[in-house]
Design a protein around this ligand. Structure first.
Ligand code: CP
Ligand code: NVA
Length: 315
């Protein structure tokens, strides 16, 4: 079945809105666009399209990926720093959405509230892409899944373990993405940092359909047999005041050489969405080791974000 028609005009707010087939379609499209780019072939699928990039929080990878991907496909990206536009100071999200929707063909939003990216979608009448909120970071998950598929040649049946802040945007989105595509997913974190019961329940439903499993535990020995160990910063953007408390809470969950060995598999890879705080959630030696695929993940942000824009807005 040709899925390409399913995407036109749609937003990309959370992976909950996408079927496993649609997620795999985006990975295939990203792989195709990546192979073309390696041969020096870019496209014109976004020719004449103006794209707004709103960033209330800092970014290197996401901002650069949207900018380069848009340019590669002939689109025109405009960066809008959160503190330099009226949004949040003089103007509501609803009014901002209606103004931007009159001028732009697509809008990327990185910020704090998930409700804001949802309001942009509701009021702008153009595709809106979530570049990270406190709750979700869905474009990162596409890059992570593409990286895993490139490395292992498959996704189904892989054993994925996330350690650290188990209720942040990365943990939430990874749990949704992995459970949808059939990757066995575990979160290892202290109980106070587990995801909500509601999201766990939802993802258990996805896992039931894809034939995978969801495990949430505080026992670091659960890394046994893992194909992937994944971690993220212990204090996310906007939670800087929690750093000291999190260090105390999460020290036992650091990804270090000893923990990598505990998987019992020499083939286990290390993943991180970046930026990383070396010496905290991951040691420098694991980060720099052969097992680390973090820069493949970073590059894949470009190809997967391009796939999302081409699928939803491209001609
Ligand atoms: N992984 C990620 O989103 O990186 P940036 O914060 O640099 O965009
Ligand atoms: N959880 C991190 C992810 C950064 C890409 C944060 O929100 O800061």
């Amino acid at each position: 079945m040709d899925l390409s028609r399913n995407f036109k005009g749609r937003s990309f707010i959370t992976l909950k809105d996408y079927t496993p087939e649609e997620i795999l379609y985006l990975l295939d499209l990203a792989a195709e666009l990546k192979a073309k780019k390696k041969q020096g072939i870019t496209g014109d699928s976004l020719k004449g399209k103006n794209i707004a990039l709103i960033f209330e929080k800092p970014s290197t990878r996401t901002r650069c990926a949207f900018t380069v991907a848009a340019a590669d496909e002939g689109g025109n990206p405009t960066y809008l720093a959160g503190n330099e536009i009226q949004l949040g100071h003089k103007e509501s999200i609803e009014d901002t959405a209606r103004v931007l929707g009159r001028m732009f063909d697509g809008i990327e939003f990185r910020g704090f509230k998930q409700e804001h990216v949802e309001a942009l979608e509701k009021y702008s009448n153009v595709p809106v892409w979530n570049g990270l909120t406190d709750e979700y970071h869905p474009t990162q998950i596409l890059a992570d899944l593409l990286t895993m598929r490139e490395h292992f040649g498959r996704l189904k049946g892989l054993k994925f373990v996330y350690l650290g802040d188990g209720r942040n945007n990365m943990a939430n989105s990874l749990m949704i993405g992995c459970s949808k595509v059939g990757v066995d997913f575990a979160i290892i974190a202290p109980e106070s940092l587990w995801p909500t019961e509601r999201l766990i329940g939802l993802c258990k439903g996805y896992a039931g359909e894809s034939g995978s499993t969801i495990t949430v535990t505080d026992d670091a020995d659960a890394v046994k047999d893992a194909d992937v160990l994944y971690t993220d910063v212990w204090a996310s953007m906007g939670e800087e005041d929690k750093a000291a408390e999190r260090i105390a809470l999460l020290k036992p969950y650091q990804v270090n050489t000893e923990l990598m060995k505990k998987t019992g598999k020499e083939s286990t890879i290390f993943m991180h969405c970046l930026p990383a705080v070396k010496g905290k959630e991951v040691t420098e030696d694991v980060f720099e080791s052969e097992a680390s695929v973090v820069f493949d993940e970073a590059e894949n942000r470009l190809h997967t974000i391009k796939a999302v824009m081409v699928a939803t807005l491209g001609q």
